[in-house]
Design a binder for this molecule. Structure first.
Ligand SMILES: CCCCCCCC/C=C\CCCCCCCC(=O)OC[C@H](COP(=O)(O)O[C@@H]1[C@H](O)[C@H](OP(=O)(O)O)[C@@H](O)[C@H](O)[C@H]1O)OC(=O)CCCCCCC/C=C\CCCCCCCC
Ligand SMILES: Nc1ccn([C@@H]2O[C@H](COP(=O)(O)O)[C@@H](O)[C@H]2O)c(=O)n1
Ligand SMILES: [Mg+2]
Ligand SMILES: [Mg+2]
Length: 224
């Protein structure tokens, strides 16, 4: 949903900044790499210590690089398969650090085994949701569904909640509950999304197999 409705807005807002970076000789790949490093550092330095406000601020400063890198590549006319691979692969690394950071907090100072498990579930289910699309497309299917909770929703729900929950350290009462609520929402939403994508891939695969007389495309079943 956000990918559909908010992307156009952010493209307009970030285009001048992307153009500025290109004029300064910065490459899209550099933005992808630095952005991911910033998200990973913000998540793994602050979240395991329960410093959710500052962790979210640092992550927010870097996470929009994921919208800037592609914008730069398109403006410069250098969009590439390598860039698409790098962007998607490092998205998985960033997501792992964010939900891993939550899990480390609940395994340590946050001392809550259930929320630690929910964080790990968010991490794993988010990766699987993304994998369904990548694998479906790699066997030649359109995977014409995004589902209820895509990456943008996973990030916005969990980071807004983490940022607000972190305001507890400034004396704002009652906000800590927002992070557990957000993690449960992301966990349930990711499960629904996984179901939506699996059902779509199953239908598209059956249609494609019927149209081609059955069987997977040569070679594709051998990859994983
Ligand atoms: C008083 C202060 C309190 C402190 C609060 C802190 C406020 C800040 C909190 C949060 C900000 C979070 C912003 C998160 C923005 C995320 C942007 C982003 O990176 O989106 C990425 C997304 C996907 O990009 P790609 O196409 O490159 O990635 C694909 C995707 O990963 C696919 O995964 P899948 O979906 O399938 O699981 C892969 O399949 C594919 O391989 C991969 O290529 O980009 C978009 O979706 C574009 C839309 C972005 C919309 C961002 C909306 C941000 C909205 C609000 C943020 C500000 C909220 C402020 C709240 C303040 C509260 C007080
Ligand atoms: N280093 C990069 C990063 C991205 N791309 C291209 O942009 C597409 C992703 O666009 P986003 O707006 O989601 O960032 C990606 O599929 C590539 O085509 C690139 O070339 N190099
Ligand atoms: Mg990107
Ligand atoms: Mg990306």
């Amino acid at each position: 949903m956000l990918n559909k409705y908010a992307r156009a807005f952010f493209t307009r807002v970030l285009t001048p900044f992307a153009a500025f970076l290109l004029r300064r000789g910065v490459s899209p790949d550099a933005v992808t790499l630095v952005g991911t490093a910033g998200v990973v550092a913000g998540a793994l330095v602050f979240f395991p210590r329960g410093e959710f406000f500052w962790g979210t601020i640092v992550i927010t400063l870097f996470v929009f690089s994921d919208l800037v890198d592609g914008n730069m590549a398109r403006q410069a006319g250098v969009s590439s398969r390598w860039g698409a691979f790098l962007d998607s692969t490092l998205d998985r690394v960033a997501d792992g650090a964010i939900f891993g950071g939550f899990a480390l907090w609940y395994a340590g100072g946050g001392d809550d085994n259930v929320l630690c498990a929910v964080s790990i579930f968010c991490l794993a289910s988010g990766q699987v949701v993304s994998y369904t699309k990548a694998r479906g497309e790699s066997i030649g299917l359109p995977v014409a569904v995004n589902g209820l909770v895509e990456r943008a929703e996973r990030l916005v729900v969990s980071l807004v909640a983490a940022g607000l929950a972190g305001m507890h350290t400034f004396g704002v009462p009652g906000v800590q509950v927002l992070l557990p609520v957000a993690l449960w929402v992301v966990a349930v939403g990711s499960t629904v999304t996984l179901g939506q994508r699996v059902v779509t891939v199953r239908r598209e695969a059956a249609e494609a197999d019927a149209a081609s007389g059955g069987g997977t495309p040569r070679g594709s079943e051998a990859t994983s």
